[in-house]
Ligand binder design. Structure first.
Ligand SMILES: O=C(O)CCC(=O)C(=O)O
Length: 360
Protein backbone atom coordinates (compact mmCIF):
# COMPACT_ATOMS: atom_id res chain seq x y z
CA UNK A 1 0.00 0.00 0.00
CA UNK A 2 3.03 2.27 0.10
CA UNK A 3 2.44 3.54 -3.40
CA UNK A 4 -1.12 4.58 -2.50
CA UNK A 5 -0.02 6.36 0.66
CA UNK A 6 2.50 8.18 -1.44
CA UNK A 7 -0.20 9.17 -3.94
CA UNK A 8 -2.56 10.33 -1.22
CA UNK A 9 0.13 12.68 -0.01
CA UNK A 10 -0.09 14.63 -3.25
CA UNK A 11 -2.11 17.80 -3.56
CA UNK A 12 -3.96 16.46 -6.52
CA UNK A 13 -4.09 12.88 -7.65
CA UNK A 14 -4.62 11.83 -11.20
CA UNK A 15 -6.90 8.84 -11.15
CA UNK A 16 -5.29 6.04 -13.03
CA UNK A 17 -7.26 3.25 -14.55
CA UNK A 18 -6.13 0.41 -16.68
CA UNK A 19 -4.78 -3.04 -16.71
CA UNK A 20 -1.11 -3.71 -16.70
CA UNK A 21 0.09 -7.11 -17.62
CA UNK A 22 3.38 -8.51 -16.46
CA UNK A 23 5.16 -10.60 -18.99
CA UNK A 24 8.06 -12.01 -17.04
CA UNK A 25 8.49 -13.88 -13.81
CA UNK A 26 6.00 -14.56 -11.06
CA UNK A 27 2.86 -12.50 -11.23
CA UNK A 28 1.50 -10.63 -8.25
CA UNK A 29 -1.97 -9.21 -8.48
CA UNK A 30 -2.89 -6.16 -6.47
CA UNK A 31 -5.99 -4.08 -6.30
CA UNK A 32 -5.86 -0.49 -5.17
CA UNK A 33 -8.58 1.93 -4.39
CA UNK A 34 -7.83 5.54 -5.14
CA UNK A 35 -9.73 8.32 -3.40
CA UNK A 36 -9.55 11.56 -5.34
CA UNK A 37 -8.99 14.76 -3.44
CA UNK A 38 -12.36 15.93 -4.77
CA UNK A 39 -13.86 12.92 -2.97
CA UNK A 40 -15.98 12.52 -6.07
CA UNK A 41 -14.68 9.37 -7.60
CA UNK A 42 -12.92 6.19 -6.75
CA UNK A 43 -10.76 4.42 -9.24
CA UNK A 44 -9.15 1.06 -9.07
CA UNK A 45 -5.71 0.20 -10.29
CA UNK A 46 -5.17 -3.43 -11.04
CA UNK A 47 -1.53 -4.17 -11.15
CA UNK A 48 0.44 -7.22 -12.02
CA UNK A 49 3.95 -6.63 -10.90
CA UNK A 50 7.07 -8.66 -11.14
CA UNK A 51 10.50 -7.82 -9.84
CA UNK A 52 11.35 -6.96 -13.43
CA UNK A 53 8.43 -4.69 -14.05
CA UNK A 54 7.36 -4.73 -17.64
CA UNK A 55 4.17 -4.08 -19.49
CA UNK A 56 2.51 -5.71 -22.39
CA UNK A 57 -0.38 -4.63 -24.54
CA UNK A 58 -1.88 -2.77 -21.67
CA UNK A 59 -4.26 0.10 -21.45
CA UNK A 60 -3.51 3.13 -19.38
CA UNK A 61 -5.49 6.26 -19.00
CA UNK A 62 -5.66 9.27 -16.79
CA UNK A 63 -8.80 10.94 -15.64
CA UNK A 64 -11.43 11.40 -13.04
CA UNK A 65 -13.56 8.56 -14.28
CA UNK A 66 -12.66 5.06 -15.39
CA UNK A 67 -12.19 4.72 -19.10
CA UNK A 68 -13.93 2.11 -21.13
CA UNK A 69 -11.59 -0.81 -21.62
CA UNK A 70 -11.05 -1.70 -25.25
CA UNK A 71 -8.32 -4.32 -25.61
CA UNK A 72 -5.56 -3.44 -28.04
CA UNK A 73 -5.83 -5.18 -31.39
CA UNK A 74 -2.26 -6.44 -31.49
CA UNK A 75 -0.48 -6.37 -28.16
CA UNK A 76 3.19 -5.67 -28.60
CA UNK A 77 5.94 -6.99 -26.40
CA UNK A 78 7.38 -4.56 -23.86
CA UNK A 79 5.11 -1.77 -24.98
CA UNK A 80 2.39 0.28 -23.45
CA UNK A 81 -0.67 1.13 -25.49
CA UNK A 82 -1.86 4.34 -24.03
CA UNK A 83 -5.47 3.96 -25.04
CA UNK A 84 -6.46 1.24 -27.38
CA UNK A 85 -9.62 3.04 -28.46
CA UNK A 86 -8.25 6.39 -29.51
CA UNK A 87 -4.59 5.47 -29.36
CA UNK A 88 -4.09 8.65 -27.42
CA UNK A 89 -3.69 9.55 -23.79
CA UNK A 90 -7.06 10.66 -22.67
CA UNK A 91 -7.48 13.28 -20.07
CA UNK A 92 -10.87 13.14 -18.48
CA UNK A 93 -12.10 15.54 -15.88
CA UNK A 94 -11.84 18.38 -18.36
CA UNK A 95 -14.71 19.33 -20.62
CA UNK A 96 -13.50 16.81 -23.14
CA UNK A 97 -15.31 13.69 -22.06
CA UNK A 98 -17.58 12.47 -24.83
CA UNK A 99 -20.78 10.77 -23.79
CA UNK A 100 -21.22 7.47 -25.58
CA UNK A 101 -24.61 6.44 -26.93
CA UNK A 102 -24.91 3.94 -24.10
CA UNK A 103 -24.34 6.73 -21.57
CA UNK A 104 -20.85 5.60 -20.57
CA UNK A 105 -17.91 7.93 -20.55
CA UNK A 106 -15.16 7.37 -22.98
CA UNK A 107 -11.73 8.83 -22.99
CA UNK A 108 -11.65 11.58 -25.54
CA UNK A 109 -8.55 12.96 -27.09
CA UNK A 110 -7.68 16.22 -25.47
CA UNK A 111 -7.86 18.85 -28.22
CA UNK A 112 -4.55 20.40 -27.25
CA UNK A 113 -2.57 17.20 -26.72
CA UNK A 114 -1.34 17.08 -30.28
CA UNK A 115 -2.33 14.21 -32.54
CA UNK A 116 0.65 12.03 -31.72
CA UNK A 117 1.20 12.55 -28.00
CA UNK A 118 -0.12 9.12 -26.99
CA UNK A 119 1.62 7.22 -29.76
CA UNK A 120 4.95 8.86 -29.04
CA UNK A 121 4.58 8.12 -25.33
CA UNK A 122 3.77 4.48 -26.00
CA UNK A 123 6.70 4.13 -28.37
CA UNK A 124 4.39 3.32 -31.28
CA UNK A 125 5.84 6.26 -33.19
CA UNK A 126 9.57 6.74 -33.35
CA UNK A 127 11.71 9.08 -35.37
CA UNK A 128 12.03 7.62 -38.91
CA UNK A 129 15.38 5.97 -39.63
CA UNK A 130 16.19 8.33 -42.54
CA UNK A 131 15.84 11.32 -40.21
CA UNK A 132 17.72 9.63 -37.40
CA UNK A 133 20.73 8.78 -39.50
CA UNK A 134 21.40 12.47 -40.20
CA UNK A 135 21.73 13.28 -36.50
CA UNK A 136 25.22 13.73 -35.07
CA UNK A 137 27.00 13.97 -31.75
CA UNK A 138 29.93 16.31 -31.21
CA UNK A 139 32.08 18.07 -28.66
CA UNK A 140 31.38 21.81 -28.52
CA UNK A 141 33.69 24.48 -27.12
CA UNK A 142 32.50 27.61 -29.03
CA UNK A 143 35.85 29.31 -28.57
CA UNK A 144 35.29 29.57 -24.80
CA UNK A 145 38.66 28.86 -23.11
CA UNK A 146 37.19 26.75 -20.28
CA UNK A 147 35.21 24.65 -22.75
CA UNK A 148 38.43 23.82 -24.61
CA UNK A 149 39.35 21.76 -21.56
CA UNK A 150 35.85 20.47 -20.83
CA UNK A 151 33.73 20.73 -24.00
CA UNK A 152 29.97 20.14 -23.98
CA UNK A 153 28.80 16.79 -25.29
CA UNK A 154 26.12 17.76 -27.77
CA UNK A 155 23.69 15.27 -29.31
CA UNK A 156 21.28 16.32 -32.03
CA UNK A 157 17.70 15.19 -31.48
CA UNK A 158 16.29 17.03 -34.52
CA UNK A 159 17.76 19.27 -37.20
CA UNK A 160 15.07 21.73 -38.28
CA UNK A 161 14.02 23.09 -35.90
CA UNK A 162 17.19 22.32 -34.06
CA UNK A 163 16.72 20.38 -30.82
CA UNK A 164 19.87 19.32 -29.02
CA UNK A 165 20.67 17.40 -25.87
CA UNK A 166 23.74 18.28 -23.80
CA UNK A 167 25.07 15.51 -21.60
CA UNK A 168 26.53 15.87 -18.10
CA UNK A 169 25.68 19.55 -17.71
CA UNK A 170 24.12 19.56 -14.24
CA UNK A 171 26.01 18.01 -11.37
CA UNK A 172 25.04 15.94 -8.34
CA UNK A 173 25.63 18.76 -5.85
CA UNK A 174 23.53 21.17 -7.91
CA UNK A 175 20.74 18.63 -8.32
CA UNK A 176 20.67 17.93 -4.58
CA UNK A 177 20.61 21.66 -3.83
CA UNK A 178 17.74 22.32 -6.27
CA UNK A 179 15.67 19.41 -4.99
CA UNK A 180 16.31 20.29 -1.35
CA UNK A 181 15.51 23.97 -1.70
CA UNK A 182 12.43 23.50 -3.90
CA UNK A 183 10.79 20.67 -1.90
CA UNK A 184 9.18 22.89 0.77
CA UNK A 185 7.84 25.22 -1.93
CA UNK A 186 6.34 22.65 -4.31
CA UNK A 187 2.73 23.32 -5.26
CA UNK A 188 0.35 21.94 -7.88
CA UNK A 189 1.68 23.23 -11.19
CA UNK A 190 -0.62 25.61 -13.03
CA UNK A 191 -1.32 26.44 -16.65
CA UNK A 192 -2.40 29.74 -18.09
CA UNK A 193 -6.05 30.49 -18.73
CA UNK A 194 -5.93 33.10 -21.47
CA UNK A 195 -9.57 34.15 -21.06
CA UNK A 196 -9.28 35.01 -17.38
CA UNK A 197 -5.60 36.03 -17.60
CA UNK A 198 -4.90 33.80 -14.61
CA UNK A 199 -2.89 30.70 -13.85
CA UNK A 200 -4.94 27.68 -12.82
CA UNK A 201 -4.57 24.01 -11.98
CA UNK A 202 -5.89 21.96 -14.91
CA UNK A 203 -5.90 18.38 -16.09
CA UNK A 204 -3.55 19.31 -18.92
CA UNK A 205 -0.73 19.23 -16.42
CA UNK A 206 -0.33 17.00 -13.38
CA UNK A 207 2.86 17.93 -11.61
CA UNK A 208 4.18 20.11 -8.81
CA UNK A 209 6.49 23.04 -9.32
CA UNK A 210 8.44 25.74 -7.52
CA UNK A 211 10.43 28.77 -8.65
CA UNK A 212 13.95 29.40 -7.45
CA UNK A 213 14.58 33.12 -7.43
CA UNK A 214 17.84 33.07 -5.52
CA UNK A 215 20.11 34.46 -8.24
CA UNK A 216 22.79 35.05 -5.62
CA UNK A 217 23.11 31.38 -4.81
CA UNK A 218 26.34 29.97 -6.21
CA UNK A 219 24.65 26.89 -7.73
CA UNK A 220 21.96 28.94 -9.49
CA UNK A 221 24.54 31.47 -10.69
CA UNK A 222 26.74 28.74 -12.12
CA UNK A 223 23.84 27.01 -13.77
CA UNK A 224 22.70 30.21 -15.48
CA UNK A 225 26.25 30.81 -16.65
CA UNK A 226 26.37 27.28 -18.05
CA UNK A 227 23.10 27.88 -19.88
CA UNK A 228 24.71 30.91 -21.53
CA UNK A 229 27.73 28.84 -22.58
CA UNK A 230 25.52 26.04 -23.90
CA UNK A 231 23.15 28.24 -25.88
CA UNK A 232 25.28 31.26 -26.72
CA UNK A 233 22.33 33.37 -25.50
CA UNK A 234 22.16 35.73 -22.54
CA UNK A 235 20.32 34.57 -19.43
CA UNK A 236 20.10 38.14 -18.09
CA UNK A 237 16.46 38.42 -19.17
CA UNK A 238 15.45 34.84 -18.42
CA UNK A 239 12.76 33.78 -15.97
CA UNK A 240 13.62 32.30 -12.61
CA UNK A 241 14.59 28.67 -12.54
CA UNK A 242 11.50 26.45 -12.48
CA UNK A 243 11.74 23.11 -10.69
CA UNK A 244 9.11 20.55 -11.68
CA UNK A 245 8.38 17.30 -9.87
CA UNK A 246 6.22 14.59 -11.45
CA UNK A 247 5.08 11.70 -9.29
CA UNK A 248 3.59 8.42 -10.50
CA UNK A 249 0.97 9.25 -13.17
CA UNK A 250 2.17 12.85 -13.58
CA UNK A 251 2.28 14.29 -17.10
CA UNK A 252 1.99 17.44 -19.20
CA UNK A 253 0.17 17.16 -22.51
CA UNK A 254 1.41 18.87 -25.70
CA UNK A 255 1.77 22.64 -25.38
CA UNK A 256 3.93 25.54 -26.54
CA UNK A 257 6.38 27.40 -24.34
CA UNK A 258 6.06 30.65 -26.30
CA UNK A 259 3.24 33.08 -25.62
CA UNK A 260 0.79 33.54 -28.48
CA UNK A 261 1.12 36.92 -30.26
CA UNK A 262 -2.42 37.89 -29.37
CA UNK A 263 -1.88 37.23 -25.65
CA UNK A 264 -0.51 40.72 -25.23
CA UNK A 265 -1.41 40.94 -21.52
CA UNK A 266 0.89 38.02 -20.71
CA UNK A 267 3.68 39.38 -22.90
CA UNK A 268 3.43 42.75 -21.17
CA UNK A 269 3.72 41.04 -17.79
CA UNK A 270 7.09 39.65 -18.84
CA UNK A 271 8.42 42.97 -20.07
CA UNK A 272 11.38 41.15 -21.64
CA UNK A 273 9.79 39.84 -24.82
CA UNK A 274 8.66 36.32 -25.58
CA UNK A 275 10.27 33.01 -24.54
CA UNK A 276 12.82 32.70 -27.30
CA UNK A 277 14.26 29.38 -26.10
CA UNK A 278 13.92 26.64 -23.49
CA UNK A 279 16.60 24.76 -21.58
CA UNK A 280 15.28 21.77 -19.66
CA UNK A 281 17.59 19.88 -17.28
CA UNK A 282 16.81 16.30 -16.24
CA UNK A 283 17.64 15.74 -12.60
CA UNK A 284 17.01 11.99 -12.42
CA UNK A 285 16.55 8.90 -14.56
CA UNK A 286 12.91 7.79 -14.87
CA UNK A 287 12.21 4.05 -14.61
CA UNK A 288 9.38 4.05 -17.14
CA UNK A 289 7.62 6.90 -18.95
CA UNK A 290 8.31 10.63 -18.52
CA UNK A 291 9.83 11.22 -21.96
CA UNK A 292 9.74 14.73 -23.40
CA UNK A 293 7.95 14.35 -26.72
CA UNK A 294 7.71 16.81 -29.63
CA UNK A 295 4.39 15.90 -31.11
CA UNK A 296 4.80 17.57 -34.50
CA UNK A 297 8.27 16.16 -35.10
CA UNK A 298 8.03 12.59 -33.79
CA UNK A 299 10.87 13.27 -31.38
CA UNK A 300 10.99 11.55 -28.02
CA UNK A 301 13.70 12.33 -25.48
CA UNK A 302 14.32 9.99 -22.60
CA UNK A 303 15.17 11.77 -19.35
CA UNK A 304 18.76 11.09 -18.34
CA UNK A 305 20.15 12.43 -15.11
CA UNK A 306 22.56 15.28 -15.77
CA UNK A 307 21.51 16.02 -19.35
CA UNK A 308 19.61 19.00 -20.73
CA UNK A 309 17.58 19.62 -23.85
CA UNK A 310 17.66 22.97 -25.67
CA UNK A 311 15.50 24.37 -28.45
CA UNK A 312 14.27 27.69 -29.85
CA UNK A 313 10.57 28.37 -29.39
CA UNK A 314 10.59 31.36 -31.74
CA UNK A 315 11.62 31.58 -35.34
CA UNK A 316 14.12 34.26 -36.30
CA UNK A 317 11.24 36.43 -37.47
CA UNK A 318 9.96 36.49 -33.88
CA UNK A 319 6.93 34.31 -34.55
CA UNK A 320 6.18 31.24 -32.43
CA UNK A 321 7.40 28.02 -34.03
CA UNK A 322 4.36 25.74 -34.11
CA UNK A 323 6.51 22.68 -34.67
CA UNK A 324 7.84 22.97 -31.11
CA UNK A 325 4.69 21.67 -29.46
CA UNK A 326 5.93 19.30 -26.77
CA UNK A 327 4.77 17.52 -23.65
CA UNK A 328 5.86 15.21 -20.86
CA UNK A 329 4.68 11.60 -21.05
CA UNK A 330 2.97 10.08 -18.00
CA UNK A 331 5.25 8.58 -15.38
CA UNK A 332 4.52 4.87 -15.41
CA UNK A 333 7.09 3.91 -12.83
CA UNK A 334 9.31 6.13 -10.69
CA UNK A 335 9.30 9.92 -10.53
CA UNK A 336 10.78 12.79 -12.49
CA UNK A 337 12.57 15.98 -11.52
CA UNK A 338 13.42 18.66 -14.04
CA UNK A 339 14.69 22.24 -13.92
CA UNK A 340 13.68 24.64 -16.68
CA UNK A 341 15.03 28.00 -17.76
CA UNK A 342 13.11 30.06 -20.29
CA UNK A 343 15.30 32.56 -22.09
CA UNK A 344 13.64 35.73 -23.36
CA UNK A 345 14.00 37.83 -26.51
CA UNK A 346 15.42 40.99 -24.98
CA UNK A 347 19.19 41.05 -24.98
CA UNK A 348 19.50 38.52 -27.82
CA UNK A 349 19.23 41.12 -30.63
CA UNK A 350 22.89 40.88 -31.66
CA UNK A 351 23.31 37.24 -30.67
CA UNK A 352 20.44 35.95 -32.79
CA UNK A 353 19.61 38.75 -35.23
CA UNK A 354 16.07 38.77 -36.53
CA UNK A 355 14.86 38.39 -40.07
CA UNK A 356 11.76 39.54 -41.90
CA UNK A 357 11.46 36.31 -43.84
CA UNK A 358 8.14 34.55 -43.26
CA UNK A 359 9.58 31.05 -42.86
CA UNK A 360 12.73 31.67 -40.88
O1 LIG B 1 8.78 17.52 -18.32
C1 LIG B 1 9.03 17.65 -19.51
O2 LIG B 1 9.69 16.80 -20.10
C2 LIG B 1 8.49 18.82 -20.28
C3 LIG B 1 8.13 19.96 -19.38
C4 LIG B 1 7.54 21.11 -20.09
O3 LIG B 1 7.26 21.04 -21.26
C5 LIG B 1 7.30 22.37 -19.41
O4 LIG B 1 7.46 22.44 -18.17
O5 LIG B 1 6.91 23.34 -20.10
Amino acid sequence: MDRIRQLQGLNRIPAVCGELQAIRGKQLRREYKLLLDTGAAINIIKEHRTPEFSLQGSMFSLGYKPCKHVPPATPRKNSLTVNAATEEICVNGDKDIKEEADGSDRCALHPYAGPKYGKLCSGEIVLPADVQKKLKCRYVSRGIPFLKIAPFKEEEAYLDPRIVVYHDVIYEEEIEFLKRSSKPMLQSAKVRNVKSNTEEVAMKRVASNAWISDQANKHVKLLRRRVEDMTGLTADTSENLQIVYYDFGGYYIGHFDFVKEWDTRFLEQFGTGNRIATVLFYMNDVEKGGETVFTELDVSIRPKKGSAVFWYNLKRNGKGDNSTRHGACPIISGKKWIATIWLHEHGQEFIRPCTLLENE
